[in-house]
Design a protein around this ligand. Structure first.
Ligand SMILES: C[S@@+](CC[C@H](N)C(=O)[O-])C[C@H]1O[C@@H](n2cnc3c(N)ncnc32)[C@H](O)[C@@H]1O
Length: 233
């Protein structure tokens, strides 16, 4: 049954629980990597970095921090893209979950990727310490006040710009995700539905943006119920 989607239904996701079963968390991360690839969610974020890169100087060192990085597959895709394009990009992936930070470390050995275990709402970074601050599929884990707090922090530590990507809340998306995860394990099935139920409409995203005071960002709809709020200062 589809829940009432006229408002955000904020509930805890199982993978966020500190004592979550590590095998199920690893399976959830594998599922997220698959959907990032086949629904081009990684590409949605990359397309905004591609636009920003038109203003990068040749040989310039670019630093990016990815908040709530999961298994860091989006940072890895960014590094591959940067490599192909000859950009000197360095990425820090931040996640607070002990199992997840391990998984990201185990899977990634690139010298230009660093994993830091920290709470994205209480970041150990100074003002303007990265060129870009990005986050993907994280904001739906938060209530509205925390999203505003996150956007303010992203703005605080970014010298140049921010990219926040997540899901759109929509009945068709809910039906589709329920079908897509029908045979998956219980954590994936639960978290996938909860993700859509606590996702956002365009108006909600714009209201949160205005509350956070990051008016230089713009809302971009992407394929498969993805949106990106992105902009440079
Ligand atoms: C759905 S996953 C998204 C992973 C990755 N960003 C992606 O798009 O593939 C959400 C991630 O948020 C992390 N997370 C949840 N609350 C967090 C917090 N307060 N600080 C840092 N990470 C957090 C979880 O550990 C998990 O890795």
């Amino acid at each position: 049954m589809i829940p009432d989607l006229t408002h955000r239904n904020c509930k805890e996701e199982w993978m966020d629980e500190p004592d979550a079963d590590p095998r199920l968390v690893a399976k959830s991360l594998r599922y997220i990597r698959v959907i990032n690839r086949i629904f081009r969610y990684t590409q949605a974020t990359l397309s905004h970095l591609e636009q920003f890169s038109q203003r990068w100087k040749p040989g310039e060192r670019i630093s990016i921090v990815d908040l709530a990085t999961g298994s860091a597959d989006i940072p890895r895709a960014i590094l591959k893209w940067a490599n192909r394009r000859g950009f000197d990009v360095h990425v820090v992936g931040v996640d607070r979950h002990p199992i997840i930070s391990h998984e990201a470390l185990d899977r990634h050995h690139e010298s230009r990727l660093t994993i830091v275990r920290a709470d994205a709402l209480d970041l150990p970074f100074a003002d303007r310490s990265f060129d870009y601050v990005i986050t993907n599929m994280f904001t739906h884990h938060l209530d509205d006040d925390a999203v505003v707090q996150l956007l303010r922090q992203m703005d605080r530590i970014a010298r140049r710009g921010i990219v926040m990507a997540d899901l759109e809340r929509d009945r068709r998306a809910y039906r589709w995700i329920s079908l897509f995860t029908l045979l998956a394990n219980p954590m994936v099935r639960h978290d996938a539905r909860v993700s859509v139920a606590q996702a956002f409409t365009r108006d909600e995203v714009l209201q949160l943006r205005d509350r956070a005071g990051v008016g230089y960002t713009h809302y971009h709809p992407h394929f498969a119920y993805r949106f990106v709020l992105a902009g440079e200062k």
